[in-house]
Structure formats: structure tokens, C-alpha cells
Design a protein around this ligand. Structure first.
Ligand code: AHM
Ligand code: MG
Length: 337
């Protein structure tokens, strides 16, 4: 019936009732995150109309130019989340150091890690972009938060997900009980449950990788990518190639249709072969979502969620998506096939 739909807040409250220890703080944090994303979505929507496109002229901690919308999204998230009273600190892709909640503001025991606007090189071309988030709980004492509080494996996340600012705005998240997707109804300003219990097909038809780096890959990586380029999948269907260059958008499409996203290590810097994507704010949260949807994620060798981070902005190779495709790529990367 028209007008009937579960809002994300209702969904959160139902979930909260299932957990007798729940204090409501998690729901409060999520509501604040959702409100921040609505503000970001609003700015993304009007990006072509105001003088907000383009670069700020600054260089971020990753050595990349900061676009105005990246900066805006980052500031909104920090500003709103630090006064929600539920966090003790945050870490953003855009900030070199952790961002403790100021001493004069109320604190909670959650830690929030985020990429405020992933895929931002696509902003000016009107391509889908997103916000990725990962939530941990601080283990002991709320004062004295340090980087080491954030250096925890992905298995310890209490929630993770992403907002995608595409043809519609969506929220997809998990708290470790499956994955649900909500679509923002702009007429009422609410996220409504549109994709309950998302399951990624076990075997996909899509492979997503930036093949222009072939010359920088080792032999095994070339063999893994070549498998998807030149083989039929285990059901006898050829793979098809799709690469947007916006991780959230590539990942989201593969979640719904099935497929594998690969960002392998390369030796563009011959002294330091490495992947591009960040473990804590990109790979770990999406890997939690992928696994909860029945998919898988590795760095070509190990499960992403088992990696113990050594630094805040550590980068990893990433193979993520449909379980059997990720297993195939990982086996080839290991020389097992
Ligand atoms: P960003 O967080 O600075 O936007 O960078 C990450 C993005 C991902 O969204 C995307 O998958 C990747 O970089 C694309 O990189 P490339 O242009 O090397 O293919
Ligand atoms: Mg990113």
C-alpha cells in the first residue's frame, strides 16, 4: 500500500529491541550519520549549480588534490559526529591524524572511520560517488584515545556500510546480521527499506579493474585479470567488463548483479609495489558488507577482515565481490591455478 515502508530509523529501533544490552547510543550515532549524509547528498545534487565544483588548491594526506566537495563532506561529518555524544574519536581519509572529540564535548565509546567522498575524481563529470564508514567500539577508557585504538582488524567492526549518491541516494549497511539497503525518498526526506537482506550472487558476470595498469602488474596479477577477460564463468557465460573508477559505485553494482572488483598491487613506484585502496576506510568496511551478503574479499592472499593494520592510512590490494570469483582470483594470485 502506498505510504507504507520501513524507514531506516524504524529498522534501527526494531534491531535495537533485539539486543537487551542496547543503550540507544548506536541508534543515535546512526541517525547522526544519516543526517550528515543527507546534507552531503543535498550538496552533491546541487553541485552543478553553485560554485562548489573544482579544487580547493590544498593537498591532502594522501598527496592528492582536495576537491571542494571532499572538503565539505569531511567537515560536515566531523562537525556533526563530534557533537553527537556517542564517539570518542574519528579517523578520516582526508586527515593525517585521528580526530578526538574535543574535551568539552560529551563522549561515547564508538570510533568512526570514514572516507567522506569516495570516487571524488568523478565529481565534475556527474558520476556516482559515495561515503564509506566503519564503526568500532573503543575497548577501554574513553579518555586518551590514540592511533592504536584504530589499528584493529576488520573482524572487530560493529557496523560498516556506505552511502551512494547516484541516480538515487542509498544507504547500504551491516551490523553483522546480513545487509540491508535503503533508498532516500526525497519527497519525505527518509531512507526507506528498498533492498532487504541483500545477497551477492555466488558467481558473477562482471569484472571491474583498471586495466591501464597492466604494465605495472606482476605475472600472477596479469593471469588473474586475464582469467576474467578470456574465460567463461563456471556457468558457461562470458564475463563482461565494467569500471567506473568510483569504488562505491563499482562495488554496489557488483553487489546487486554479481561480479568481482579488483584493485591489485602495482609497481608504479618500483621501490614500493602496493595497492591504492585504504584498508581502514575503504577495504575493511566494504569487505564486512561483502561477507555479510555472502561474498568474499582478499588482498590476493589473505582475507581482508583478518589483516591487522599497521598504520592509519595503510593501503592494500583488493579483490572483492562474488565468493567464487574472489576465490578464483585468489587461487590464481597464489599460483594454485
Ligand atoms: P578516492 O578515495 O581518493 O576517491 O580514491 C579512491 C578511488 C576509488 O573510488 C576508485 O576505485 C579508485 O580510486 C580508482 O582509481 P584509478 O583511477 O587508479 O583506477
Ligand atoms: Mg576513497
Amino acid at each position: 500500500m502506498e505510504g507504507v515502508g520501513i524507514t531506516v530509523t524504524e529498522h534501527l529501533l526494531i534491531h535495537q529491541k533485539d539486543s537487551p544490552m542496547a543503550t540507544g547510543l548506536f541508534t543515535r550515532m546512526f541517525n547522526e550519520l544519516i543526517f550528515s549524509a543527507k546534507i552531503i547528498a543535498r550538496e552533491v545534487r546541487k553541485a552543478g549549480l553553485v560554485d562548489i565544483l573544482g579544487l580547493t588548491g590544498d593537498i591532502n594526506v594522501q598527496g592528492e588534490q582536495v576537491r571542494k566537495l571532499d572538503d565539505y563532506a569531511n567537515r560536515i561529518l566531523i562537525h556533526r559526529m563530534q557533537k553527537a555524544g556517542v564517539l570518542c574519536a574519528m579517523s578520516s581519509e582526508e586527515n593525517a591524524d585521528i580526530i578526538p572529540v574535543p574535551y568539552n564535548m560529551p563522549k561515547g565509546n564508538y570510533l568512526l572511520i570514514f572516507d567522506p567522498l569516495d570516487g571524488s575524481s568523478n565529481i565534475d563529470a556527474n558520476v556516482s560517488i559515495g561515503t564509506i564508514f566503519s564503526i568500532h567500539k573503543k575497548k577501554d577508557g574513553l579518555e586518551e584515545v590514540s592511533v592504536s585504538d584504530f589499528l584493529r582488524s576488520g573482524t572487530e567492526q560493529v557496523a560498516a556500510g556506505y552511502f551512494i549518491y547516484g541516480s538515487s541516494t542509498m544507504l547500504v549497511y551491516t551490523t553483522g546480521n546480513g545487509v540491508n539497503g535503503f533508498t532516500l525518498d526525497p519527497s519525505v526526506g527518509e531512507f526507506l527499506l528498498s533492498h532487504p537482506d541483500i545477497k551477492i550472487p555466488e558467481l558473477g558476470r562482471v569484472y571491474s579493474v583498471n586495466e591501464s595498469y597492466t604494465m605495472y602488474w606482476d605475472e600472477r596479477t596479469r593471469a588473474a585479470v586475464n582469467y576474467f577477460k578470456s574465460s567463461k564463468n563456471e556457468r558457461g557465460k562470458p564475463y563482461t567488463s565494467r569500471y567506473i573508477g568510483s569504488l562505491v559505485a563499482d562495488f554496489h553494482r557488483n553487489m546487486l548483479y554479481g561480479g568481482i572488483f579488483m584493485y591489485p598491487a602495482d609497481n608504479r613506484d618500483p621501490k614500493k609495489p602496493r595497492g591504492k585502496l585504504r584498508l581502514l576506510c575503504e577495504a575493511a568496511p566494504l569487505s564486512f558488507v561483502a561477507e555479510q551478503a555472502g561474498g568474499a574479499a582478499t588482498d590476493g592472499e589473505k582475507r581482508i577482515l583478518d589483516i591487522e593494520p599497521q598504520s592509519l592510512h595503510e593501503r592494500v590490494p583488493l579483490f572483492i565481490g562474488s565468493k567464487r570469483d574472489v576465490e578464483k582470483a585468489t587461487a590464481i594470485m597464489q599460483g594454485a591455478e
